[in-house]
Design a protein around this ligand. Structure first.
Ligand code: SF4
Length: 291
């Protein structure tokens, strides 16, 4: 890794051997939690669960992050490439349907090293906030089977309000355009390759959701679209009164109907009942169980 890290759009220039970057990432990955995740989309969780690894740190840092303690804190244990490769193998042995890398964009060089030591026989899922540089994605692309990119904000004002980054969509647009090209392949209801673009509806932000749907539709890509209604007040949101409630059925319906009216065929729709803290892993317990 270069001594001055410029991996992500922040280009903070940290020497990660000496101190963490603005993302919280050091030279070695930090693993906060891992295990079999039953609550991803059904084609991802399958029967046995998705072999999910939660990494510490994040370059985007949404104020309302449901994994706030791990994205903003310095939790987790350091792992070198050999330890990460061993973890891939452990999850395979436990019967995971896939290896699911959650918010790992700030560790792309370390992930590539681990894949060179152990290439999983099950699909590898790359789960990202999409605030990424396309050249970094191109580097890890040969090792990835399924992309799960979030598409969070269209408006620079909204992304600046909740993340401090007004350029979110400028980078996410190119990153999602790249990931969404992946053709889907299924076997017995399980996704083996493909891309599912996820969008979380936020309180008072439905018009932003509609603009994202318009943009996604204009791509005419083979990607699936997953509309999520699970927003749960979390994180550092005291400054944002509008974020202190879940979304209403009316807000969700407005976005869902707009999506379906545009003739979208490849769609996952989450039930509003998924907006529950029970579906957020407990990051204070042992590292090798999720719920
Ligand atoms: S990945 Fe982290 S260390 Fe590297 S530029 Fe981005 S914020 Fe800085």
């Amino acid at each position: 890794m270069s001594q001055q890290c410029t991996l992500c759009p922040l280009e903070c220039g940290a020497d990660r051997k000496k101190h963490p970057g603005a993302c919280g990432g050091e030279d070695a990955v930090r693993i906060v939690k891992y295990g079999l995740h039953p609550y991803e989309e059904p084609c991802i969780s399958g029967k046995n669960g998705s072999g999910t690894i939660f990494f510490g740190g994040c370059a985007l840092r949404c104020a309302f992050c449901q994994n706030f303690e791990i994205s903003h804190g310095q939790l987790g244990r350091r792992a070198d490439a050999a330890a990460l490769a061993a973890l891939f193998a452990e999850l395979e042995e436990r019967g995971a349907e896939n290896i699911n890398l959650v918010t790992a964009a700030h560790y792309i060089p370390q992930l590539i090293q681990a894949f060179r030591l152990h290439r999983p026989k099950i699909p590898v899922v790359y789960n990202t906030h999409s605030y990424e540089k396309t050249d970094a994605l191109q580097a890890i692309d040969p090792y990835i089977d399924i992309y799960l990119p979030d598409l969070k904000f269209y408006s620079p004002d909204i992304s600046a309000r909740y993340t401090g980054k007004s350029d979110y969509f400028r980078f996410a647009r190119e990153a999602v355009r790249f990931m969404a090209q992946r053709e889907a392949v299924f076997e017995n209801g399980k996704m083996l390759r493909g891309c599912i673009v996820r969008h979380l509806v936020l309180p008072l932000c439905t018009n932003d959701s509609l603009r994202l749907i318009d943009w996604f539709s204009s791509l005419q890509s083979p990607a699936y679209f997953s509309l999520m209604g699970q927003y749960t007040p979390c994180g550092d949101i005291a400054r944002f009164p509008e974020l202190q409630r879940r979304i209403t059925p009316r807000e969700y319906k407005k976005v869902r109907d707009y999506l379906l009216d545009r003739g979208a065929e490849h769609v996952f729709l989450q039930q509003l009942s998924a907006a529950d803290e029970r579906f957020i892993p407990d990051f204070s317990s042992d590292t090798d169980t999720l719920f």
